[in-house]
Every structure is written in C-alpha cells, then in structure tokens.
Design a protein around this ligand. Structure first.
Ligand code: ZN
Length: 152
C-alpha cells in the first residue's frame, strides 16, 4: 500500500470513528474554535490532575481533515503532562509548516516524548495549503483552552 493511501485510511478511520468525543462533566478549561474558510467547528474540553491532562473531549463538525485531526490530537495528548502536550504541539506545527524547508525535521523519531503517531498521516495535507488551517484548528483551540487553564 502506498504511503499516501495509508495516510488516507488513517484519516478516514478517525473521521468515521472519532475518539474522545464524550463531553466532560467538569472540565478545568474549554475553548471553541472555528475555521470560517471551511466551516469547521471544534470544541475542546480538558481536565487536569496536577500537571497531567487526565481527560479530554473534542467534538465538532466540518471536513474530514479538521475532525480527524481533532480525534488524533485527543489520542496523542491524553494522559500526557502539560510539558509533553506543548512539545507535541510544537512538533505538529513544525510538521505542518510549509514555509520551513526542514519540515521533516520535526518528525525525528528519536526525539523523546514527542511521537506524533497517527498525526503524521496529516503531513500529506501540506500539499493543499488551504486545508492546513483545517488540520491546525484543533491545536489552535487546544492552545486557547490551555491558556484559560487555572494555575494550580
Ligand atoms: Zn476544513
């Protein structure tokens, strides 16, 4: 199977069966994001136990890229510490940054604590710059939610 087909399968799988969609009853922080260019909407809720993101909910509507990115993100960051979450965020943004000539450098598998897993399937989206906003939407929304997180 060609890598591109594999990526498409991963994206469709998350789109059809999105992970971590159940709303959190008592979130520590939440945020809503929209991408008006495409009509995508994402709601992110997070709950922390100390420094660890012990629960997350992402749900919304929109294109397969935005919704699968949200699902993949939730799987990648659940159970991680805030520092690890930030590391993944940086790494994901590096992967999606078409301006960077070393776009692949963010994917160094030897770098500890920042394995993107399924999220790497989204790197094909870089070929369609208009969809990059779709892929980034859940992360931008997460970043906003974390900004509102009360310091403990
Ligand atoms: Zn979209």
């Amino acid at each position: 199977m060609a890598l591109e087909d594999l990526y498409r399968e991963v994206i469709l799988d998350h789109y059809r069966s999105p992970r971590n969609r159940d709303p959190l009853p008592e979130p520590d922080a939440s945020a809503e994001g929209v991408n008006p260019l495409c009509g995508d909407e994402v709601t992110v809720q997070v709950r922390f136990e100390g420094d660890r993101l012990e629960a997350i909910s992402v749900r919304g509507q929109g294109c397969s890229i935005s919704q699968s990115s949200a699902s993949m993100m939730s799987e990648a960051i659940k159970g991680k510490t805030l520092a690890e979450v930030n590391k993944l965020m940086t790494r994901f943004r590096a992967m999606m940054d078409i301006e960077k000539t070393d776009g692949g450098a963010g994917l160094d598998p030897d770098r500890p604590g920042a394995v993107l897993g399924d999220l790497e399937a989204l790197q094909g989206v870089r070929k369609y710059p208009v969809r990059i906003k779709c892929a980034n939407l859940p992360w931008t929304t997460l970043s906003e939610a974390l900004h509102h997180k009360p310091t403990s």
